[in-house]
Design a binder for this molecule. Sequence first.
Ligand SMILES: [Zn+2]
Length: 360
Amino acid sequence: MPESSLQPVAPLIPSTAISNEDRYSRQILFSGIGASGQQKLASAHVAIIGVGATGAATASLLARAGVGSLTLIDRDFVEPSNLQRQVLFDEADALESLPKAEAARRKIALFNSGVVVHARIADLVPANIAELLGSADLILDATDNFETRYLINDYAVQQSKPWVYAAAIGAYAATMNILPGSASPDPTACLACIFPKPPTGPVETCDTSGILATAVNLAASIQVTEALKFLTGQSNLMRRSLLSFDLWTNERSEISTRQPNPDCIVCGQRVFSHLAGEGRPHITLCGRNSVQIHEHHRPVDFAAMRDRLSPHGQVRFNNLLLRFERAPHTLTLFADGRAIIQGTTDVTLARSLYARFIGS
Ligand SMILES: [Zn+2]
């Protein structure tokens, strides 16, 4: 590429001239949205849990559609292996190990500065779920594990907040709308009605099955379209099924979710065991050989920690995280005391490394 093509080009339109009428004109022309639907989107607030592949695609679609406020919740940072499918991140984000929620906030501001984005670098747990999700009109699942989904389901059913399950692995995408109790005149089954226990058998992860970006984008497209129906007051048009689709084999299946199970422990008996914090394990992250430790909640002084760790390995930090490398392990520490330890899936070893270097 000749060097001259890299020179910045003076804008032909002043930035203040990007009006909402221009920006959303094609979406307003679509009869399902219209001018009144666009206004409803502008005043809506959606929380997205997980800003990995699905969450980045979902956040991008919602921000471009003009949803006024987004809360993006993610516990992780950008890595090179994310760039194949996580549409909001670039090489600079991976080199900086920028937390995904913050990287997504910065990227959205470049293409739609009118959207208010709350970037929350956190692991969703019973202790913070009400604070993180309380003000959202709708919750979108973009996580990679059933533990967190059951926690979301407990909270959503308890609070009568709608949420949308979405998952992608390999070439397979699955999604389901959950409209509990008074969230809809026609409530659906909840996640626990359909999956009283986590799906059994060998658990496939990105590590074992790989993943196609196209499967991620299919899950995100369906999830966001259902969200647009809800946010514009058309929940009657939302799909009442668990839909799954394999893009490689073209196999498709649909299970009705019209009838809540009266015996369901969550929406039938209203027992919220995940919200009560029972059985939360340390979680091995999807996509790499690592363990998260999140049992210690305390503010961390990164400069003091650097002084303490420097004799034991290489330390780098910025205002969002500290990285400590001591082969074969890399420990990434966040400001609230949470850590991700790469180079092992052994929880006991990860815990002992944390206790040794960060403190017990
Ligand atoms: Zn249920």
